[in-house]
Design a protein around this ligand. Sequence first.
Ligand code: 6GU
Length: 226
Amino acid sequence: MNIDIITVVPELLDSPFNHSIMKRAKDKGLLSMHTHNLRKWAINKHMQVDDYQFGGGAGMVMMPEPLANAIDELQKDKKYDEIIFMTPDGELFNQKAANQLSLKENILIICGHYKGIDDRIRQKYVTKEISIGDYVLSGGELAAAVVVDAIGRLLPGVLNDETSALFDSFQDNLLAPPVYTRPADFRGDKVPDVLLQGDPKKVEEWRHEQSIQRTKERRPDMFEED
Ligand code: 6GU
């Protein structure tokens, strides 16, 4: 899968993908990621990409021209399955959305800053608008990093047996069960017996019960979802 990201702060996206699982995905050639500095398509020598909003009001708006030129140029090389705009008024991101996006070949992500982007770009180019939660971030970059991480780890071959996504929280609409490692007795607190007895069927049953109990306690709303 290939992901292109348009941003005015490409530095914000350097670190998240150069470690751990995301780094492995890139090294294995399963995920390629390119950040594009929007200022490359700035309209003047002042590197301007934003302007005051018509009608007045605080906050700058990202101008349509640099964004359209950036998208047009990137589209010459690739046909994007989705052009995503990261925005707090987008559709709430969840595991189902991550699963769906992980099946795409080419994705373009636009990170907004300031008050957002000129609405004509949203109308003309954007195919999907994503929010990662009901709070406001100062830009779309960290949200984009969250989305790319959630997608990237689902790509076939990225995770091994040890890190398999099959048993993640949310993957079956349940939260994950508690986990334990050595020592079996930590300062008097003991690991549940069933995990030490070596009966895989019992372990599976116990984990499933724990998942249900946790979900009931912490996220009763998840039982009402599809
Ligand atoms: Cl995608 N962008 C911004 N700026 N804030 C957010 C968000 C996105 N999702 C939640 N808050």
